[in-house]
Ligand binder design. Structure first.
Ligand code: BGC
Length: 737
């Protein structure tokens, strides 16, 4: 979001050690913190309280007006651009010149890295490697905190089953189990061992909740989510964030069943506070409080403030309905001071937990990426690459003569970093990395098009020429960064512009063609893939995407990523996701010709996806034995172990992501055909075989019944240990009383 750059040798000393709060800086117990909050609340005016509940966005230098506002306690938080020095100055004013010395909490969209850009979250999810994802968030926290940022609006843990939605790039895909693992990993990475460590930042799980279910994939659109689906699917990764100790949540733009998420007492009070016992604070999304009016849920700004505060949105981002109307609401007796005090208490609590009152020191390193960070970025990018097709074309032999690199995405640092970058440095494109690996003289580059909006074909000839002169062709196709992320939904999922034509022209030359697709979402490219000997899906892989792609293409690394979201054959199949219900007339491959017309399917396209959830190829080959359970049945409350042998029967050592799924055959509410219950990334040498074991507790099989009770129902089940969500042989087991 921000465009300013800080770093390059400017170190910001050991910092802002300003003590605006007179209580000593020793580690405070929770009881101490509550006492300090009581003391503060007793001294705060209503205006100062409403100030704490207000967040402004900033960019550029602090104006005199903004400085004066900070002195007066007008803002509890600032977010957005600015430099470390500006942030420090604002904080110094808050701590030393405002009446009560209450610090600001400085927020920022640190989404997939700050100086070091990691793959977009959807790519990170394809690594199925929460530990590496945690490390990336740790690095992002260190880099961001070094510039005075205390808080990131991340992770985005919205489950999304619709690739048209541009923000699918920012989340961890369609599955609640995998997304929960990533959610917890991100929180642990950002927040570290202790929130008040100089290099920890507060995380914010967003967008609470249901935002990813936007109708028709159109951003900000309405959602209709039955409560059991909300609880079984959409809330899960948010709950995982809570369990990992998350400091804040962001209330979403969308409405859920007619009630906007930013004024929703059910999700914000009932679920978040009463059921989960969350005691940090909730910030609204950008102007989401004021948008309650456009939603048709609030009559005016005053009504919007009332409804959002009552629902439990502690802090209003950017719009000023709280500030403008809070006093009138209290004076009129519509809002009691207790509600305001509770809202402010939760904000102050997070500020205390972050150590902001004690004048946090900045961590030492504000220089930007370092070699450790870049190594993690490269590893994560490598693990996120998903090999979708390979007819022996990959890896390219290093002895390959000349390689043609076609496509503007081979050399576009901004696009490879994807949506929502911080202050990126050190991006290495695939073109640069492949040139480095093979030597300039063996690489012929022809962008073919200037971008996906390019309607001219004048670059095709050079691309065809490059293919003719080469022994192999690498076609870089896909989407620019601007085609995914916020307000970037697409109604079509194909490779935009003339890219398919370019690919067809180049393929006609007859040289072995390999497509590398960079995109922020699943795209559809059936025809293109048919002409390719291999397809590698690279998402927007971040700063080290170039070296990661080069190492996989040249066989220095083996692809291991698996899809965290289903790839449709055509946009017409959307929504399509693996953990669907069976219907009363499940589809079959036989079709009308076999007298099998009345089935849940299409006349004009298969009902199966192009590539299923969990799918991804390797340069090696893995054989799975059928899963075995430690017993044929388990009593409610007990556990069962499931094991399968996984053997590397190929020629190279490689990682495999082993997945564990279950299915309940009959329940009081029908259960999905498969649900992910575990996964392990294992490393096997050629010829090596490992027994992979998953322990299942009957609690893992629980779901919300029609009375909205979380229950495990005894009955018959199936389990799979499999390489993806559609293969493997099931084993039966039963849960008994
Ligand atoms: C987005 C959020 C983001 C916020 C602050 C909003 O428009 O929906 O994800 O954190 O802006 O930049």
């Amino acid at each position: 979001m921000i465009r300013t750059r800080f770093g390059n040798g400017i170190t910001f000393g050991v910092s802002v050690l300003i003590v605006g709060w007179t209580i000593a800086a020793t580690a405070a117990t929770p009881a101490d913190i509550e006492r300090k909050i009581d003391a503060l609340l007793a001294r705060m005016t209503l205006e100062e309280k409403l100030g704490q509940m207000s967040q402004a966005t900033t960019s550029g230098p602090l104006t005199d007006q903004r400085k004066e506002e900070i002195r007066k306690g007008r803002w509890g938080s600032l977010y957005g651009g600015g430099t470390a020095a500006q942030r420090a100055e604002a904080q110094q004013i808050a701590l030393t010149q405002s009446r009560l010395g209450i610090p600001l909490i400085y927020g920022q969209d640190v989404i997939h890295g700050f100086h070091t850009t990691f793959p977009i979250p959807l790519g990170q999810a394809a690594s199925w490697d929460p530990e590496l994802v945690r490390q990336s968030a740790r690095i992002a926290a260190r880099e961001a905190s070094g510039t005075g940022i205390h808080w990131t609006f991340s992770p985005m843990v919205d489950i999304a089953r619709d690739p048209r939605w541009g923000r699918v790039a920012e989340g961890y895909g369609e599955d609640p189990y995998l997304a929960s693992a990533m959610s917890a990993a991100m929180v642990r990475g950002y927040q570290g061992d202790s929130l008040d460590a100089p290099d920890s930042i507060a995380a914010c799980a967003k967008h609470y909740v249901g935002y990813g279910a936007a109708e028709a994939g159109r951003d900000y659109n309405t959602t209709w989510i039955p409560e059991n689906l909300l609880r079984d699917v959409y809330l899960k990764p948010f709950q995982a964030a809570k369990e990992a100790g998350i400091a804040t949540y962001m209330s979403a733009f969308n409405s859920i069943n007619g009630v906007p998420a930013s004024g929703n007492e059910f999700t914000l009070r009932q679920v978040l506070r009463n059921e989960w016992k969350f005691d940090g604070f909730v910030v609204s999304d950008y102007t989401a409080v004021h948008e309650l009016i456009a939603h048709g849920y609030a009559a005016d700004a005053r009504d919007a403030a009332l409804k959002a505060i009552r629902a439990g949105v502690n802090m209003e981002m950017v719009s000023t309905d709280y500030w403008d109307n809070g006093k009138a609401l209290v004076d009129a007796g519509q809002l009691d001071l207790k509600t305001i005090d509770e809202a402010v208490r939760e904000i102050l609590r997070v500020k205390f937990r972050l150590g902001l009152f004690d004048g946090r020191t900045l961590p030492g390193n504000v220089q930007g990426s370092n070699s450790e960070a870049l190594a993690v970025a490269k590893q994560l990018a490598t693990e996120s690459l998903v090999l979708l097709k390979n007819e022996g074309a990959l890896p390219l032999a290093k002895s390959v003569g000349k390689v043609a690199i076609v496509g503007f995405l081979a050399d576009s640092p901004t696009d490879q970093n994807g949506a929502w970058v911080g202050e990126p440095i050190g991006t290495v494109t695939p073109l640069t990395a492949i040139r480095q690996a093979l030597g300039e003289s063996r690489v012929i580059y022809a962008p073919g098009l200037r971008g996906s909006g390019d309607t001219r074909r004048d670059g095709f000839a050079a691309a065809v020429e490059a293919a003719r002169a080469a022994d192999a062709v690498l076609l870089f196709l896909g989407e620019e960064a601007s085609l995914s992320g916020e307000a970037s939904s697409r109604a079509h999922l194909d490779l935009p512009g003339l890219q398919e034509d370019l690919a067809a022209e180049v393929a006609k030359v007859g040289k072995p063609c390999i497509a590398v697709i960079l995109a922020g979402r699943p795209t559809t490219f059936h025809e293109v893939a048919a002409n390719m000997r291999a397809v590698l899906y690279a998402w927007h892989p971040g700063a080290m995407g170039g070296p990661a792609i080069a190492s996989v293409i040249l066989g220095d690394a083996v692809p291991s990523g698996k899809l965290a979201i289903t790839f449709p054959r055509t946009v017409g199949q959307v929504p399509i996701y693996y953990n669907h219900l069976n219907t009363g007339r499940p589809p079959s491959e036989t079709g009308p010709a076999a007298g099998d017309k009345y089935r849940s399917k299409y006349l004009d396209v298969s009902f199966t996806p192009e590539y299923p959830f969990g799918y991804g190829l390797s340069y090696s080959k893995f054989d799975y034995s059928r899963a075995r359970g430690s017993a044929p049945q388990v009593k409610l409350g007990g556990t069962l172990a499931f094991s399968a042998g996984v053997a590397n029967t190929g020629n190279v050592e490689a990682d495999e992501i082993v997945q564990f799924y279950t299915h309940q055959l009959a329940g009081s509410v029908a259960r999905p055909v498969r649900e992910l219950k575990g996964f392990q990334r294992i490393h096997l040498r050629p010829g090596e075989k490992r027994t992979v074991t998953f322990t299942l507790s009957t609690d893992d099989l629980a779901f919300y019944n029609s009375q909205m009770k979380l229950v495990t129902e005894p009955g018959a089940f199936e389990a799979w240990i499999a390489p993806d969500s559609v293969s493997g042989q099931e084993i039966d087991f039963a849960v008994v009383r």
